[in-house]
Design a binder for this molecule. Structure first.
Ligand SMILES: [Zn+2]
Ligand SMILES: [Zn+2]
Length: 702
């Protein structure tokens, strides 16, 4: 008989979020294993991938026979290092998820299907660490040189506040170069919000440092590509990782610099599973592994702006970040003139005002391009019966189904339910039912009617293109439509916010915000911040090239004197930030407080809300009995449960409860106790109807 394996290890494996299984599972191993090694272990009837987390001495209390044996070990692969494991542990703890879930979801899925031999062959193909060569680069401007000198000599984190066109990308590339040349194996991570919207950046990185040195990491890659990129980063063969939010979790043993481009972008926040903020994790990761962190934006998040405030004369200390400013645009291009069109003085129900139509006409006649930016809200037409008032509601959601003219369907944008357009009103039989409100499609039609008589300089009629979620559903569709705009095959581009992000449209001299007002009075306190960022970004798209006619931005609004538009007119982000921060301060909203959102889903709203209310009451009762609990109760506010603004989706009723505190530490004490409360309540038959709950720490939308 073989002697019992001598080594006892604790392994992180993927367990369902609320399964109640402890974070780590114990196994025995005949081999001596190290923390961070990848193993295959039996779990129930399956065999799963795991990460060795701790190596223990045998626990005399545990029967050897009760502990199963490790099935296989990937010994060809270097262990995941202590920094990476610490990052996973922090993310799991901070975002209130299980360690196994966070750690395993950070690994490429294909790793689960490989054996040691297959992995060894893949590793062999990667080759040696790349010694980078650096391609030709433009001379830095004085502002760029100053920023780079600070990045080189100071510790950071840095907030690079540079207007659109100020050359932030060149600063990123040179900072990467500095970091990589300072150490033969150093690695750099460059994060972007959405990679398919920024192909120019990827092209520039590859051109500067060579194909070999760079790997991409984003959800658009095939499983094989993801594995290859991950292995290259983990082994050090890749010196640069360029990726979306998931890249912040990559194993990069020699990470020395993290760049977060467009750091204010909401897509850095994961919206399912562990709802982490990749920007915030980048800051933690940099501090913990000694990598410098460079955040960049023309319209920083108010959090980063506040954290990078300089010390003032009154003795108030400055923030933790170092703010680097680059106010000038490179080259002769100036920012467009912002004009507000007061919609109170336009005929009722005007969609495209006379000044806007005239401005577009002038561009078409000069052979220049225009971009019309739509706020999707209000541009999703529903079907309406004028006789009985019926509207095309979704049976499964508290939302209307949207009329899609192109295939004559009614489609729910929340649950996907799709039906043919009915011949008559389902409620009263009236055959005369019509769309209510204009969609992006209708706007495009309306625009072509208004511009029907206008001719381009070559005598041809105007060419209008629409880019939104509907026209870009097919893979590659967005890229080809953008290419058409770039090559000048389009005169007027109509679209939702996706067209304002990142693209470098050199021939656009007119940008118009058609209906920006709804964000001014939104229940979401971050809506004005998002709108301002979007409009500033859109303004930056206009007039990027010298030698064109006057470039301008037109804003159609019923509130022309609103401070947001006043600041926009002056391209004055600091003024906008100051007024917005003053409001946030007065209302104790982030960054002056910290929030978490607990959501519960059930078939009935009363069950969802009942669960949240019970959670609040139980937590309060528990804390009242515990040492230090009074302090938590004093500083943490638990708000009443309310239905979510989109209350029902796919027949599931959703409710939420806001938890808020000026102290992050106290908030987290409350949250970790709340987890215990939720597990206890879940086993109570009174809450049997609860389908799921989820906790969002630092939520981006409320
Ligand atoms: Zn009717
Ligand atoms: Zn629906």
């Amino acid at each position: 008989m073989n002697p019992a394996p001598a080594h006892w290890i604790e392994v992180a494996v993927q367990t369902p979020a609320h399964s109640g299984v402890g974070d780590l599972l114990s196994y025995r191993s005949a081999l001596s294993l190290q923390p961070g090694q990848l193993v295959r272990v039996p779990l129930g009837k399956r065999e799963v991938l795991g990460v060795v987390w701790r190596v223990d001495t045998p626990d005399p209390g545990l029967e050897a026979a009760a502990v199963r044996e490790v099935a296989a070990c990937f010994d060809g692969l270097a262990p995941l290092d202590a920094h990476w494991r610490q990052l996973m542990a922090f993310a799991a703890q901070y975002y209130q998820r299980s360690l196994g879930e966070v750690a395993l979801s950070a690994l490429p899925p294909q790793l689960r299907d490989l054996d040691g031999g297959q992995l060894a062959r893949r590793l062999k193909k990667l080759g040696a660490i790349d010694h980078i060569t650096v391609g030709a680069a433009p001379e830095p401007s004085a502002e760029q040189a100053h920023a780079l000198e600070q990045i080189c000599t100071q510790g950071g984190p840095f907030l690079l506040f540079g207007s659109t066109g100020s050359g932030k990308t060149e600063v990123y590339l040179r900072a990467v170069q500095q970091a990589l040349q300072a150490e033969p194996e150093a690695q750099a991570l460059i994060m972007v919000p959405e990679i398919n919207l920024t192909p120019q950046l990827e092209a520039r990185v590859r051109e500067r440092f060579g194909e070999q040195a760079v790997v991409s990491m984003h959800s658009g890659l095939t499983p094989a590509q993801r594995l290859k990129g991950w292995l290259a980063a983990h082994s050090g063969a890749a010196r640069i990782v360029l990726g979306t939010r998931m890249a912040v979790l990559a194993s990069m043993p020699k990470l020395r610099l993290i760049v977060v481009d467009e750091e204010h972008d909401p897509s850095y926040k994961q919206q399912e599973g562990a709802r982490y903020s990749a920007r915030d994790l980048a800051l933690y990761r940099g501090q913990q592994c000694g990598a410098k962190v460079l955040l960049g934006s023309a319209t920083p998040s108010l959090e980063s702006w506040q954290h990078s405030r300089p010390a003032d004369d009154t003795g108030e200390p400055g923030g933790r970040y170092l703010r680097l400013q680059m106010p000038s645009r490179i080259g002769a291009a100036t920012l467009p003139v912002v004009r507000r069109v007061d919609m109170n003085h336009q005929p009722r129900r005007t969609v495209l005002s006379a000044p806007l139509v005239q401005a577009i006409q002038a561009r078409v006649q000069r052979g220049e391009q225009s971009m019309l930016l739509l706020n999707r809200r209000g541009y999703a037409p529903v079907l309406y019966c004028a006789d009985c008032g019926w509207k095309s509601e979704c049976r499964h959601c508290s939302a209307f189904r949207v009329f899609h003219k192109i295939d004559r369907t009614l489609r729910c944008h929340h649950c996907g339910a799709t039906d043919r357009v009915p011949r008559a009103c389902p409620s009263c039989g009236n055959a005369d039912i019509a769309p209510l409100g204009r969609g992006t499609e209708q706007l495009e039609e309306h625009l072509s009617e208004l511009l029907a008589g206008v001719r381009r300089p070559d005598g041809q009629p105007v060419r209008i293109a629409r880019i939104d979620a509907d026209t870009t559903r097919l893979k590659g569709a967005l890229e080809s439509q953008l290419a058409a705009v770039h090559s000048g095959e389009v005169d007027v581009l109509v679209g939702t916010q996706m067209i304002a992000k990142g693209h470098d449209f050199r021939r656009i001299t007119l940008v118009a915000a058609v209906n920006p007002d709804s964000a001014l009075f939104s229940s979401d306190f971050r809506a004005p911040e998002r709108l301002f960022a979007l409009l500033m970004q859109a303004a930056g798209r206009a007039g990027r090239q010298a030698g064109q006619g006057e470039s301008e931005m037109l804003v159609q609004t019923f509130h022309p004197t609103h401070p947001l538009f006043e600041a926009l007119k002056r391209h004055d982000y600091p003024a906008f930030a100051a007024s917005e921060l003053a409001e946030r301060h007065a209302a104790s909203l982030p960054p002056f407080s910290h929030q978490a959102l607990l959501r519960a889903d059930a078939r009935e709203q009363s069950i969802s809300q009942g669960f949240l209310t019970a959670a609040r009451q139980t937590l309060e009762a528990w804390l009242a009995q515990e040492d230090g609990g009074a302090e938590v109760l004093e500083t943490v506010s638990l708000y009443p449960a309310v239905p979510m603004s989109l209350q029902k989706v796919a027949d599931v009723e959703r409710a939420q409860m806001l938890i808020e505190s000026p102290s992050r530490k106290q908030l987290h004490r409350a949250l970790s106790r709340l987890q215990d409360v939720l597990h206890t309540l879940r086993s109570d038959p009174a809450h049997k109807g609860v389908i799921r709950w989820l906790l969002d720490v630092d939520p981006q939308a409320i």
